[in-house]
Ligand binder design. Structure first.
Ligand code: NCD
Length: 310
């Protein structure tokens, strides 16, 4: 029988979810996707629940997506962003969060530059924690919305499907969470990019590695194209953005020269003209905006399922 409860009280990473958890999140998200397309998009499911969104690192779509998900579930929402807080005055993470929790917060959505920060909090405070990205480690809600969007685009589950993640794998939390999630769902996963942006020991995760963009596009059903994370690159990993775009960028003439039509995805924000050209990002092959829409439904599902366990 399909499970009706998550196996965990927190969503810290895809590593800690099992296949039943992932499928339960998808099923719940399908229902919420229907809800957010109604004229009245709001349901009372989280009426007595208070959620704090703690963002210690920049974010646009993830923060807005969580906030919308919370509001559509009728939660009370407080927002915190490190740039305008007492963190700048030297307060520790635990002190900041304990102060917020004294105000009776039930759930915390946290983005933090330090890998493991959400797991640290989960060990110290009595609230459900959702990781909205911890440094270069994991970004579980992005991987779930990506896999959900792939299933929708392919109109099938992902067992045996071929997914290639392109670009800056080394600095990407989206890459690691995607690899865990897609493998748990039975997909074949490959990474493709310049050798300097592929972690040395990535084969230990059971993924294929390729440095050939055209051959990888020929191979895959879905291309998940990642942003070049310049803000995390303290040394030069490739000579110039122009050269990157020429050898590793995905453009329309390359796609048109392939035998089959690949689904194109990108978590955003896009460096237009670097990892992907505008005519690809805005084409019918691209499901980038569907990913954003699905993000709200996936986050509603996670908030709802965690609240159901309280
Ligand atoms: C990603 C992130 O922040 O990890 N973006 C996102 O959440 N939509 C990827 C990125 O910043 O490139």
């Amino acid at each position: 029988m399909a499970s009706t409860q998550l196996s965990t009280d927190h969503v810290l990473g895809i590593k800690y979810l099992n296949v039943d958890d992932i499928n339960l999140i998808f099923e719940t998200a399908e229902n919420f996707k229907e809800v957010i397309n109604r004229p009245i998009k709001k349901v009372p499911s989280l009426r007595d629940v208070t959620v704090a969104n703690l963002f210690f690192e920049n974010s646009t779509r993830t923060r807005i997506s969580f906030e919308l998900a919370e509001k559509r579930l009728s939660a009370d929402v407080v927002n915190f962003s490190a740039a305008s807080s007492s963190v700048k005055k030297g307060e520790t993470l635990l002190d900041t969060v304990n102060n917020i929790l004294s105000m009776k917060v039930d759930m915390v959505v946290m983005r933090h530059p330090a890998p493991g920060a959400p797991a640290f909090l989960a060990n110290h405070i009595d609230a459900n924690i959702i990781n909205a990205g911890d440094g270069t480690h994991e970004h579980p809600t992005q991987a779930l919305l990506d896999a959900f969007s792939m299933r929708e685009a392919l109109q099938s589950d992902l067992a045996g499907k071929k997914i290639c993640i392109f670009g800056d794998i080394l600095h990407s939390r989206v890459a690691l969470s995607n690899i865990y999630c897609l493998q748990k769902l039975g997909a074949k996963v490959r990474v493709c990019g310049p050798p300097t942006l592929i972690p040395k020991y990535i084969n230990q995760l059971g993924v294929e590695v390729s440095y050939d963009v055209r051959q990888s596009l020929e191979w895959c059903d879905v291309a998940n194209v990642l942003r070049i994370q310049l803000e995390r690159q303290d040394i030069k990993y490739f000579p110039s953005l122009r050269e990157y775009a020429q050898y590793f960028g995905i453009n329309k003439s390359l796609l048109n020269s392939l035998d089959s039509e690949v689904v194109i995805m990108h978590p955003g924000p896009i460096n237009r003209g670097v990892e992907i050209t505008s005519d690809v990002a805005d084409s019918d092959q691209s499901i980038i905006l569907q990913q954003v829409e699905n993000g709200v439904a996936i986050r509603m599902a996670i908030l709802f399922l965690l609240a159901a366990k309280r």
